[in-house]
Design a protein around this ligand. Structure first.
Ligand code: 5GP
Ligand code: ZN
Length: 124
């Protein structure tokens, strides 16, 4: 194997061709945009669990929130700020922010994402 052979599907810009959220960020899979800036993209969850259910993802692939926090804490802070803005706009600033991490905790897409759950009073 020469030095240029890729051992994963990750390209130099972080795009992974086997990752559904990389494809959404790239516009190769359609999504309903809620917010976008240089670092993050937010879109409606296809299977909403609450009145407002938005996913916020880093544009550059990370497998989960711990990897994102270690590698790019500014983007993680941006995700929290965007969650607050979505909740300010839709439900007087109240929201639940969930990062499922690991298959046995319910993570099914292995590109870091925050679930913003808001738009209604949530059970404790
Ligand atoms: P996880 O189970 O990994 O914490 O969350 C993944 C979320 O992504 C689920 O809530 C699921 O409904 C959502 N999801 C999976 N595929 C798509 C898709 O193609 N488009 C959108 N908008 N949401 C998706
Ligand atoms: Zn990805």
């Amino acid at each position: 194997m020469d030095a240029t052979t890729k051992t994963t599907n990750e390209q130099s810009d972080g795009y992974r061709d086997d990752c559904v959220f990389c494809k959404i960020v790239a516009g190769r899979i359609a999504s309903t945009e809620v917010y976008e800036d240089d670092r993050v993209y937010a879109f409606k969850d296809i299977n909403p669990k609450t009145a407002v259910h938005v996913l916020i993802v880093p544009k550059k692939h990370a497998d989960n929130v711990a990897e994102l926090a270690a590698r790019d804490p500014e983007t993680l802070a941006d995700i929290v700020a965007v969650a607050q803005k979505i909740a300010d706009d839709s439900f007087h600033g109240a929201y639940r922010l969930v990062f499922n991490t690991g298959k046995d905790a319910g993570q099914s897409v292995f590109h870091a994402h925050a679930h913003v759950l808001t738009g209604e009073v949530l059970p404790e």
